[in-house]
Design a protein around this ligand. Sequence first.
Ligand SMILES: Nc1ncnc2c1ncn2[C@@H]1O[C@H](COP(=O)(O)OP(=O)(O)OP(=O)(O)O)[C@@H](O)[C@H]1O
Length: 361
Amino acid sequence: MPTATGETIISFREAAKVFDGRKGAEVRAVDGVTLDVRAGEIFGVIGYSGAGKSTLVRLVNALERTTSGAVVVDGTDLTGLSEARLRPVRAGIGMIFQQFNLLSSRTVAGNVAYPLEVAGWSAARRRERVRELLDFVGIADKADVYPAKLSGGQKQRVGIARALATNPKILLADEATSALDPETTHDVLALLQRVNRELGITVVVITHEMDVVRSICHRVAVMEHGKVVELGDAYQVFSAPTQEVTRRFVSTALKDRPSVAVIERLRTRHAGRIVTVGVDDVTGSSAHVTHVLREHGVDGTIVYGGITEVAERPYGSLTVELVGPDDAVRAALAGLRSVTDVVDHGTARDPLGAPDEGNDR
Ligand SMILES: Nc1ncnc2c1ncn2[C@@H]1O[C@H](COP(=O)(O)OP(=O)(O)OP(=O)(O)O)[C@@H](O)[C@H]1O
């Protein structure tokens, strides 16, 4: 029976993978992970190098086996399954890689046809399916070209077409855009979004780039030292991070909060009071901010900041110079605090804030 959208399609239950490291020391690459990926979602796993992301995702197609705990894929517990029993599970999972892993001796069409040959499709059905897939990923004109002649983005499109060939339910993307420039990354992410929306395929994205999660993931797990340290709706996790590692990812992507040095320069350059106000669709919006300032007769000049999207919802902050009578500025600050989070940096004469305020979110 097909897995209905929203039902669990991949379940990690206290899953652990321990490797023998150098000199017999154990490496707990995945350390007791419990989480469910839902059918039909784009699920992100983000973490720095060595956090255990690749190992976690390799447990899904049993390229690695759990040392303890279990991984259940589309209703099948993979624990202890023979290679023969794993075959149908693996047939339901496609995978793409950072280095594309294309066969250099085969043309684009030959690469995409490969899994179909292995699965025993007839030549006629293969031809038709390859044409359909190359059309879907937008490189039908490259069918007879060899990988060496393709750009990185085109190679990843071939990788995606090949991964989709046998109609998998799940697509695993391990750092699929890490070798690509920003524009190509954008195109490939848009293609993964189409794979999810148009074909209904569950996509698990492994990345160390916040921008990838920000632009396409519905839910996200943040990994550190083999453990999931934060898990949930991508917007919630990144708009209210509870862990330091998550805060670091957010600040690398948004760059909307001024650093200590920038705040000092802003205070010197502007005579008014410098404050940073959060903007999101739960608490404040820039309309709220301007409304409060107008209400109190305070002038607000935007001097720093940025609003972007996380999971297709607005998020960021604006740093504003407030100018007006002291009482009015104080009242405006109180008004802003009632609608959103506010960091008051004070003025050049009366500076405020912790030494590392600029890095805090
Ligand atoms: N086959 C292996 N043998 C021994 N240790 C391993 C093996 N595979 C991974 N590790 C170790 O497990 C830990 C997690 O590695 P993993 O590749 O899963 O992390 P990652 O978050 O994907 O990082 P990266 O993006 O650098 O691959 C690392 O310390 C790594 O050195």
